[in-house]
Design a protein around this ligand. Structure first.
Ligand SMILES: COC(=O)C(/C=C/C1=C(C)CCCC1(C)C)=C/O[C@H]1C=C(C)C(=O)O1
Ligand code: AKG
Ligand code: FE2
Length: 363
């Protein structure tokens, strides 16, 4: 079963940030204003050390070339261990398709509010148009409009939430998702190789993988120093593939490395990949599901298109025995992924707190 909370959720009024921007309020509504500790530091005051760091870039064409294979797989391994994030170039996905996906996502967000509200995200759920992960009336809100759809397997789809406008929206999401699915399978093979495991291990274990797509639209914000585009979180997926909008050039994604928020500089035509909680658990913490967030910009808007790729809800998982020994004692319990998904989607985004579900604390 797809994870859906069964309890009633009262979230209060949630302002649509695109509409807010149009009425130009004299101040930012209180529900969006973050406590001091959470507020992002603007680029001008970001420490120089964090600015000079860049997440690694993995070139997939080098992995399929026998001469470069070893070095590139090593780079993939270091990226997953030290960063939990990397950008892939030469990923093989048709650039026109990426562009088309960006175009239809943008066209959707530019529709009148009444049209978008035909596909509402019900309080406490994660599919449709609105704000996900809001569970109470006093919870702070993100400066973001989201539109999310379950894609695979088909039973997680809610056909009522697939828009009829723009006309080619659903077809494009389907074609795009098929290509991203192939990429995820390929990446998981390489990740398995980088760990010295059988390259089919994840594919065989995952069953029919769950796949969802979320489009995040962050309008420009008059006070980016007070708000967050997206709250800090780690992803509950095995892998996440993130496409940053080309038209919107603002840098918005930040990852937490050694306690510093490091901005991810978009590389044209690259895709950002991050390790999700499932791979952290399976690798017994060797590959990290890293906390990340999005910030907004005073003048520029930003779009991101995010695919979550995860095992079937039926599977039981825990650290792979090959990655547990006396030097690396088992850090996570075994659990059912459907239960983890339910836990993930019924809790607010709060850094790495959701993964506490699986942690063993006594070693
Ligand atoms: C920040 O994370 C998410 O929005 C998210 C949601 C994914 C989903 C949908 C949009 C539709 C129904 C399925 C699913 C829960 C996957 C993250 O996805 C992660 C979280 C879990 C758990 C997971 O498996 O993928
Ligand atoms: O917009 C971004 O860059 C971050 C999106 C993200 O982390 C998510 O949707 O889970
Ligand atoms: Fe994320």
């Amino acid at each position: 079963m797809a994870p859906v909370p069964s309890f009633p959720v009262k979230v209060g009024h949630i302002d649509d940030v695109q509409e807010l921007k149009k009425i130009k309020p004299s101040s930012i509504p209180e529900r969006f204003v973050r406590d001091m500790i959470e507020r992002p530091k603007l680029a001008t005051v970001t420490t120089p050390s964090s600015c000079s760091l860049n997440i690694p870039v993995v070139d997939l064409s080098r992995i399929s070339n026998s001469q470069d294979f070893h070095n590139e797989i090593m780079k993939l391994s270091t990226s997953c261990e030290e960063w939990g994030f990397f950008q892939v170039i030469n990923h093989g996905i048709d650039l026109d398709l990426l562009e088309k996906m960006e175009k239809i996502a943008m066209e959707f967000f530019m529709l009148p509010l009444e049209e978008k509200q035909k596909y509402p995200m019900a309080p406490g759920t994660v599919q449709g148009y609105g704000q996900a992960f809001v569970f109470s009336e006093d919870q702070k809100l993100d400066w973001c409009n989201m539109f999310a759809l379950g894609v695979e397997p088909h039973f997680i789809r809610n056909p009522k939430l697939w828009p009829t406008k723009p006309l080619d929206f659903s077809e494009t999401v389907d074609i795009y998702s098929r290509e991203i699915r192939k990429l995820c399978k390929k990446l998981l093979k390489y990740i398995a190789m980088s760990l010295g495991l059988n390259d089919d291990i994840f594919e065989e274990m995952f069953g029919v993988a769950v796949q969802a797509v979320r489009m995040n639209y962050y309008p420009a914000c008059p006070r980016p120093d007070l708000v967050l585009g997206l709250s800090p979180h780690s992803d509950g997926s095995a892998l996440t593939v993130l496409q940053q909008g080309k038209c919107s050039s603002s840098v918005g994604l930040q990852i937490l490395k050694d306690n510093v928020w490091v901005p991810v500089q978009p590389i044209p035509n690259a895709l950002v990949i991050n390790i999700g909680d499932t791979i952290e658990v399976l690798t017994n913490g060797r590959y990290k599901s890293v906390e990340h967030r999005a910030v907004t910009h005073q003048e520029k808007d930003r779009l991101s298109i995010v695919t979550f790729y995860a095992p079937s809800y039926e599977i039981e998982l825990g650290p792979l025995e090959e990655l547990v020994d006396e030097n690396n004692p088992c850090k996570y319990k075994r659990y059912n992924h459907g239960e983890y998904s339910m836990h993930y989607v019924t809790n607010k985004l709060q850094g790495k707190k959701t993964l506490e579900f699986a942690k063993i604390y006594d070693n």
